[in-house]
Design a protein around this ligand. Sequence first.
Ligand SMILES: CC(C)(COP(=O)(O)OP(=O)(O)OC[C@H]1O[C@@H](n2cnc3c(N)ncnc32)[C@H](O)[C@@H]1OP(=O)(O)O)[C@@H](O)C(=O)NCCC(=O)NCCS
Length: 395
Amino acid sequence: MPDEVVAGLTPIFHFFGRVPTEESLDGFIRVLPAERLHAAWEDGRAVGGAGAFPFQLTVPGGRVAAAGVTTVGVLPTHRRRGLLRGMMRAQLDDIHERGEPVAYLWASEATIYGRFGYGIASLSGEMEIPRNRAAFHAPVESAGRLRLVDYEEALELVPAVYEQVALETPGMFARSRDWWEARALADPEWRRGGGGEMVRVILEEDGRTGAYALYRLHPGFEHGTSTGRVNVIEAMGVSPQAMQQIWRYLLDVDWMDRVGARLLPVDHPLFFLLAEPRRMRFTLEDALWVRLVDVGAALGARSYASDESIVLDVLDDFCPWNGGRWRLEGGTAARTEDAAELRLDVSTLGSVYLGGFTFAQLTRAGRVEQLVPDALERADRLFRTGRAPWCPEIF
Ligand SMILES: CC(C)(COP(=O)(O)OP(=O)(O)OC[C@H]1O[C@@H](n2cnc3c(N)ncnc32)[C@H](O)[C@@H]1OP(=O)(O)O)[C@@H](O)C(=O)NCCC(=O)NCCS
């Protein structure tokens, strides 16, 4: 393991409350190429670090090379003297030179990344439902066979389900085998949060895997009665029927009192499956933050829902190569001298890019300036998508 990589990861581990060990570093070292880690050095010691995973990110209508920004940290001894700014400069220049049109991340705090051109691009939800209020509004037709599988079998059977869902869901990225081994299916003690070992269940239909769930039991008792919780880590299905069955399974684990999950998509089918969706107490948080590193290439990488055109005037102080007017037409974006129809900051363009927010919504928040009467509606017709962006994991 290269010492420099360990050094560059050490600052963020400080904030995890941990000294990096070989085991805890595995989920980074195996999937983060050394050359994608920037660090700030003092006397031969890294005092700041910032990494970027080379992802293939699903956008409406396809995939785009995207930098998944991660492990950003500056030691508390060196805070607020510009180290993050310096690392963001080096990292975004590097991403630009590599030809990755998009950068995106999960922000630990919403105050950090807007200044570097990132905008909130998706929301995610957290829920916890008492199992005795988790009936569906109509019975689920059960087809196929549910089976608990071990790590090796999960490694063989689960990725194809994920890949099918990932391909049609903006915000999800392709997982490599290393990613499955070192992260998605890895189950080190320190990541269990007091719960049991990771349980893996699959739904088999006609000889193929239609759905899977990864979860943990958190047993508990009060006065001899179970207060246990099923903690769903990830549940996915390739069809509505498969999704319904895997969730019915999760909501029916006997002896448990509650079922909870984080990082759920905002358009989750549970809202329409459950008889009492309010019992989920679904709460929202900002999720992905997107930064268009190359506005022309990024806009050209996604599809659009109408064949109209729009001229955007993009403001971008941190990456000035993006600034100015772009005509979006026929699925491509090109420089133009034509009059601008909408004016917005690049972070706002990041917010609409995956389809998670509308120009109309951002205009109401003062983030978009409409310069021509029908431009807002036109832009929203262009950028409309059928599915909320979703990323099921924090990277
Ligand atoms: C977030 C963090 C990396 C900032 O590092 P830093 O070196 O102190 O940041 P800088 O000095 O380069 O600050 C750049 C600008 O961002 C602002 N800023 C930085 N962190 C901020 C925060 N947490 N909240 C609000 N503003 C912040 C600074 O005030 C400065 O503003 P200015 O350009 O207007 O002067 C550091 O606080 C940290 O390691 N935090 C804990 C780990 C973490 O949250 N990492 C992010 C993971 S997604």
